[in-house]
Design a protein around this ligand. Sequence first.
Ligand code: T3D
Length: 262
Amino acid sequence: MNDAVLTGLEDGVLTVTLNRPDKLNALNAAILAGLHEAFDRAAEEATCRAVLLTGSGRGFSAGQDLTEGAFDLADPDRDAGATLERTYNPLVLKMRRLGKPVVVAVNGIAAGAGANIALAGDIVLAGRSASFIQVFSRIGLVPDAGGTFWLVERVGEVRAKALTMLAEPLPAETAAAWGLIWKAVDDAALMDEARAIAARLAMGPTRAYALTKQAIQAASANSLEAQLDLERALQRDAGRSPDFVEGVTAFLEKRKASFTGE
Ligand code: T3D
């Protein structure tokens, strides 16, 4: 693991911190490699049952680092999509396919691909002073890292077009009111709230969370019939898990369930 991304696994929560504060955690090769390593670790380590992603310093991330040779402006055949294919797209899919909840604490400005990686999380909180900018049109690019998908699904075409074409900051409270993120909280309370949610999820029925995530993410592409079939199939899997046995047993015994994540 390089020091552009810090990780720490404690009590089932893998905390992943973007760590280039002097550059607003702009996404250079090192930070992107670190993010991939972190989400691989989250998938592989059984003791990790939730991820908490945040940024160090005053921002979450300013998006693609524009200074580290990501684009060869002199080459007319340059392919600004190549980095997406190689790095951003697999990262977004890793986050979405991870069978463990991903909590994101947006601690300040989240711009470009930085905003859209944050929005790939399962439960996204932001400090009240944070904002989200679909900054791409300012530099003549299209939104990426899932931006067009998250925006149309969560806030609709009208707001998606204005947010991306005007590239104005969307304050955290408006993002929450529009359903783009889960909630905006006081800046000083952000990390405590995010840690509490991640800790709670890390004690929960991990298998059921993974199947729930799968079902919810499939819904927008499915007919009602297909979604009902999917719920039926996933419920069979959930119902065969030790945590289901524990959950029902704990209810019947009038005690708190103690889930193992299996
Ligand atoms: O092929 C591909 O890779 C395509 C993929 C594209 C994905 C994308 O994300 S494209 C979008 C790239 N991001 C941007 O265009 C945002 C650029 N940054 C900004 O517009 C502003 O920094 C912000 C609006 C995000 C924040 O403004 P402010 O005033 O709060 O901070 P600042 O002073 O501009 O930035 C602080 C430092 O971070 C500064 O460094 P310095 O001068 O003090 O040494 C600034 O240069 C640096 N920084 C900010 N953003 C980036 C950056 N350095 C490199 N790349 C950045 N994106």
